[in-house]
Design a binder for this molecule. Structure first.
Ligand code: PHE
Length: 454
């Protein structure tokens, strides 16, 4: 039945092409930049434990649901969420979920590109030995100076968004697989080098204790919301990026095993990033809760102290920028595919429009670090508002609706056949998760943190 429908955008050449693209989407700034800094801000071990529970019990079942929806619909998320309800006798409102995702994608991409710009900026800094032998205070001052310079931020934000648009307008399939296959393992190796450095020169045991000894007294209701949002963010769930990629997936490829593989790689990279960062943070007396600058300050300091640091550092920020690029292109995919389908636009035009809109919004985020820093709502500046609202609210909300749709609207005969799980028990477990546990968990976390704010 799904075989009769084909995506007008083409299909992945192989199962590996999909896995590489989806892993490329998942692994990005979320793992290397955001994970360590939110762990640091939320007290360490207990937060990580909740995060891992969210990946396992919410993230993986939702990822299966999201890929499944994409592959059944074979269109952009907005159109898939119009076609599927109609086919299965449900009402039409589900399309709103597609729109929510497109908006969330814009919001995430806008600040994502700004932070990826920092990473690009650090490539030449590293290469010219800026941090070699520098003290922590100098490294911190350097990062703060960068944030104070709107023109420099704008330059790198523009370069990054331009690169993203360039790849998207050539079509997601072209060349991506080969690049990801080569560069991801390299990033992994470099992280290992940094972890090794932390073992030798940093406070490795303290970092292990910080990351893996849960202290629940340090954990508020809000931290649980942030952990859940981080799980969605890191796995690229809830806004249709993975749904769009799923729509190009061959119907013979196994959704559950693909999901497990993607989630496992993503989680390993995030934990390695933590193990690379915290030994240096704790040994150098830096503050784990210092926020979004954490890895830029910490790792630059670490590279500055280690032998061949300038070389490793240059490579590291280059690879992190690349990881960000493969995530950013997936953020553009739902909106781009929609414009191609519904407006009949050529892909380049659609991609250019989407990137320009996100670029404009991103300027608000980069100004939040300097000229607009005084402008706050609920204590959050513009960038923090965009990040919080999209990541902690919109992504879990999107995931909740996808779980409900896959669990309640689609008939079991369809989801059962699509997932093709090896045992009926596993299928039942997935069904119980997406029907009851995932929606209940997300709603409880929302309610708890709303109570906190209210
Ligand atoms: N998962 C990406 C990261 O960790 C970010 C992302 C979120 C990409 C949502 C697509 C969709 O960096």
């Amino acid at each position: 039945m799904t075989d009769s429908r084909q995506s007008i955008h083409g299909e992945w050449g192989s199962r590996w092409a999909f896995i590489m693209a989806a892993t490329g989407s998942a692994v990005g700034l979320g793992n290397i930049w955001r994970f360590p800094y939110v762990v640091g801000e939320n007290g360490g071990g207990a937060f990580i434990l909740i995060y891992l529970a969210c990946i396992l019990l919410i993230g993986i079942p939702v990822m299966m649901a999201e890929i499944l929806l994409g592959r059944l619909g074979r269109q952009s998320p907005i159109n898939t969420l119009r076609t599927l309800p109609a086919e299965h006798g449900a009402r039409g409102g589900w399309q709103i979920l597609g729109w929510l995702g497109v908006i969330a994608g814009f919001l995430v991409l806008s600040f994502y590109s700004v932070v990826a710009g920092w990473s690009l900026a650090y490539v030449p800094f590293m290469a010219t030995g800026t941090f070699t032998g520098a003290e922590t205070a100098q490294v911190e001052a350097f990062f703060n100076d960068l944030l104070q310079d709107p023109w420099q931020l704008l330059l790198w934000h523009t370069v990054f968004m331009g690169l993203t648009a360039l790849i998207v307008l050539r079509g997601v399939q072209n060349g991506l697989e080969r690049a990801v296959r080569l560069l991801m393992p390299l990033l992994f190796l470099l992280l290992l080098v940094m972890v090794g450095y932390g073992m030798g020169a940093g406070a490795f045991l303290d970092a292990m204790a910080f990351m893996f000894t849960p202290d629940f007294s340090a954990l508020g209701a809000e931290a649980v919301l942030i952990a859940m949002g981080q799980a969605f963010f890191s796995l690229s769930l809830g806004l249709g990026a993975i749904m769009a990629y799923g729509s190009y997936l061959s119907s013979r490829s196994s959704i559950p095993s693909n999901s497990g593989l993607i989630a496992a790689s993503d989680t390993i990279i995030a934990l390695l990033a933590g193990l690379a960062v915290f030994p240096i943070v704790l040994a150098a007396g830096l503050d784990p809760g210092s926020g979004p600058g954490l890895i830029f300050v910490t790792l630059s300091y670490g590279f500055g102290q280690m032998p061949l640091g300038a070389l490793f550092g240059t490579l590291f920020f280059l690879l992190m920028s690349f990881a960000a690029l493969t995530s950013a292109i997936s953020l553009m995919e739902p909106a781009t595919a929609y414009l191609v389908e519904n407006r009949g636009w050529q892909r380049p035009r659609a991609a250019a429009i989407v990137a320009t809109a996100a670029w404009l919004l991103g300027i608000g985020s980069l100004l939040a670090f300097n000229l607009w820093s005084g402008f706050t709502i609920l204590g959050l500046n513009f960038q923090e508002l965009v990040e919080y609202f999209s990541t902690s609210i919109m992504l879990p909300l999107g995931g909740l609706l996808m779980a409900l749709f896959a669990g309640w609207v689609l008939p079991r005969s369809v989801t059962g056949q699509e997932l093709a799980l090896s045992s009926p028990g596993l299928y039942r477990a997935w069904l119980v998760l997406v029907r009851y546990l995932v929606p209940a968990a997300i709603l409880i976390v929302f309610a708890n943190s709303a109570g906190l704010i209210g």
